[in-house]
Design a protein around this ligand. Sequence first.
Ligand SMILES: Cc1ncc(COP(=O)(O)O)c(C=O)c1O
Length: 456
Amino acid sequence: MYPDLQKELATFERRTPKSAEAHKKNLKRIPLGVASNYRAYDPYPIFVKEGRGSKFRDLDGNEYIDHNLCFGALMAGHCHPAVMKAVEKRLSTGTMFGMPHDLEWELAEEVCNRFPVEMVRFGNSGTEATMHAVRLARAATGRDKVLKFEGAYHGLHDTALVSVKPHAPEFGDVNAPTSVPAGLGVPKATIANVPVATFNDLRSVELRFKQNQGEIAAIILEPILMNVGLCMPQPGFLEGLRDIATKNGALLIFDEVKTGAKLGWGGASEYFGVKPDMICLAKSIGGGLPLAAFGTHKSVMDLISQHKVFHGGTYNTNPVSMAAGLATFREVLTRENYAHVDKLSKKLTEGYRKIVAKSGLQAYVASAGANGALMFYPQEIRNYRDWTTIDVDLWRHYWFAMVNRGVMAQPYWWDEQWTISVQHTEADIDKHLAAFSDIASSLTKAQQERMAVAVH
Ligand SMILES: Cc1ncc(COP(=O)(O)O)c(C=O)c1O
């Protein structure tokens, strides 16, 4: 570990002793000391005390401008007043019934008016949304295989846990990536049913369809690959997938768990002008409460209506989450608020670019809608394998140095990206840029020294 990173880590530990202590306690009873593996990192994760608007405070009282926002699930920001009002009102009239109620119709209308789907079912997490979408696609086509892209994350069910972060040499040839389980416990039979292709490479997709003729039920993808920082689809890629899916009688599933709310008013299909057959939504549509949805054509949903495909869930459409979702669609994810976020995103992106250019740092800034990331690469990445070449220590230097200056620039992990909420302000962006400006030259120095060592 090089000295500037060491210095930032020492500062981090000096500022956050209560988090260290809380983590130690958690470790006794909770694996990794966290409730989701993504929350664990060295030396220990920051423990939160409270959040409001665009900021949160840790157990030691340090305040941060929050661009983590629960891994992008809080485009609303913390405690958005409209969401809080709707939730508080609903809390006193019963939180769960397991019976239908009047908010279901209203939120279903909101989803179907905004996204190109005719019918929708609700759930609680992105994992549920993609799991049910995939099952429906299998049922609709009578086929078992689902094509996914290497490096893509779609949640925690078996089909999704294939080639999420595979390593060399198991991941094989980039033109025909090997399907690799993302951990133990994923059945071999599942792996065999998940052919993998390379993002931004239509030939690798065509090859898979050729090798599995009449067997692939669906292509599932994030329209922007956001499990590798931020990797844009190259022009023609989404259109090409649309054609390949149609030609082969497979369904095209857009996993819009992240992009659905954060790219713009109508999500990725509006942003890119490509219509999928199915859409999966979660994260930011709940405004801070657990809420998910999957939607598709009526003809596909008829499989549920006819009791041919099973879908259920005790917590589905609990009135508190539904009230939050309704307030989010109507009062948070408005065209006006998207314009505000776009303005802030432009300011942040351009600000970063200027600082990068001035400092000589070898990096670029990718951004789309409310999302963006500082990408430590000499040129734009196009797929998962490009992403793996990152200098992890340099990225850690960036993240901890920003945190030490009161800015959580994005969730921890170099496969994530920042989110700008509707409650962020110009002053937040100014502070974010000031922090980055403060550390840029030390990042550049470290990078140049490390590159010089690598050459020799
Ligand atoms: C694109 C995408 N799909 C699905 C999921 C899974 O969502 P959840 O964590 O709510 O199960 C995530 C979570 O990060 C995601 O980013």
